[in-house]
Design a protein around this ligand. Structure first.
Ligand SMILES: NC(=O)c1ccc[n+]([C@@H]2O[C@H](COP(=O)([O-])OP(=O)(O)OC[C@H]3O[C@@H](n4cnc5c(N)ncnc54)[C@H](OP(=O)(O)O)[C@@H]3O)[C@@H](O)[C@H]2O)c1
Length: 312
């Protein structure tokens, strides 16, 4: 377990300790969003302690309590999750162990340590019956085990803590790729197109694709600006179907791909998914904060991956 300390000159930092600096433990630190949260806090005055699954298991209250008690963080960012949506239908116990009980354990420890908990949740808590973006005020009604397990995690946190931020995000793509899913949609599309595969993507499921770097940056701002505690939606703005998303990836990169639309029910996935799960935040707007649109976020991701350069 490494600590990234702003006053540690060997890590490239030479800042004096800021009295407002806080110590932040990041759980799931090598995951897709977790690794961008580590980056988002790295060159700030704050001290971060990145924790991977090998360092901490949120399903074990006793051992994770000991680990966090030794760290004494002012804030805990919990990105640990069981994210395999289809597998969760069969392994509900595993999904609930991490997403619901793991969230409860982390909340109990934060309560004990008087730490702020920043916990990541999902657009899959919604049923997709809306036709305009879901706000923080909308009523959840998950359609699958994964969504139920994440919603149970939210409820535990709200029951246990006052000092919490629950951050719902959606359809993440990031440099690390979701470790629980073995990559991300953008990379999968590029790989398939380059190998000349026929690509069929659903055009009847609409969401807000979100770059983990943008989400991590907004989460950092939410915490350091000390926004009121509670629920926040953090997703790139705008919406599209997965088919449109794939088309935009190919168009932006100038790749000719054998892409065609398919309907969701033709895929016969194990888990039901919301057909519409675009998120919007009414609360961030109130505090003068706004996310980039998904097209700009995609372009920034492709630049960061060096598939594109800024001239394009
Ligand atoms: N991916 C999406 O499209 C999406 C959309 C909306 C919301 N979210 C939410 O965003 C968050 C981050 O997702 P992500 O895409 O970054 O997923 P990810 O890359 O799979 O990250 C999850 C992390 O949790 C760790 N982990 C799993 N079980 C754990 C346990 N029992 N104790 C401690 N760590 C554990 C994983 O480590 P190992 O891999 O080593 O097990 C991994 O580092 C999750 O809360 C997810 O529900 C994701």
């Amino acid at each position: 377990m490494d600590t990234i300390h702003p006053a540690d000159k060997s890590s490239g930092f030479s800042l004096p300790l800021d009295p407002n600096a806080i110590k932040i433990a990041i759980i799931g630190a090598n995951g897709q969003l977790g690794s961008d949260l580590v980056r988002a806090f790295k060159n700030t005055e704050h001290e971060i302690v990145p924790l991977t699954h090998a360092d901490i298991d949120v399903t074990d209250l006793r051992s994770s309590g000991e680990i966090l008690r030794n760290i004494q963080p002012e804030a805990v960012l919990n990105c640990a999750a069981y994210v395999r949506v289809d597998d969760a239908e069969e392994f509900a116990d595993k999904a609930f162990a991490v997403n619901a009980l793991g969230a409860r354990n982390t909340a109990l420890i934060c309560s004990d340590l008087n730490s702020i908990l920043v916990h990541i949740s999902t657009d899959y808590v919604f049923d997709g019956r809306k036709t305009e973006p879901y706000t923080e005020e909308d009523t959840p009604n998950p359609l699958n085990v994964y969504g139920n397990s994440k919603l149970a995690g939210e409820y535990f946190i709200r029951n246990i803590l006052e000092k919490y931020y629950i951050i719902r995000s959606s359809s993440l793509f990031g440099i690390a790729g979701a470790s629980g899913k073995g990559g991300n949609f953008v990379e999968t599309m590029i790989k398939k197109a380059r190998s000349g595969e026929e690509i069929k993507v659903v055009d009847d499921m609409v969401m807000s694709p979100t770059y983990t770097r943008d989400a991590a940056d907004m989460i950092r701002r939410t915490l350091v600006k000390e926004l009121p505690y509670g629920m926040y939606h953090v997703a790139n703005t705008g919406q599209c179907s997965w088919y449109e998303f794939a088309g935009t990836i190919f168009e932006t990169l100038g790749i000719k791909a054998d892409l065609s639309p398919i309907k969701t029910n033709a895929l016969k996935s194990k888990a039901k998914r919301p057909m519409y799960s675009s998120l919007v935040s009414m609360k961030l707007k109130k505090h003068g904060l706004e996310m980039e649109n998904w097209e700009g976020a995609l372009k920034n991701y492709l630049i960061e991956k060096e598939y594109l350069n800024e001239r394009l």
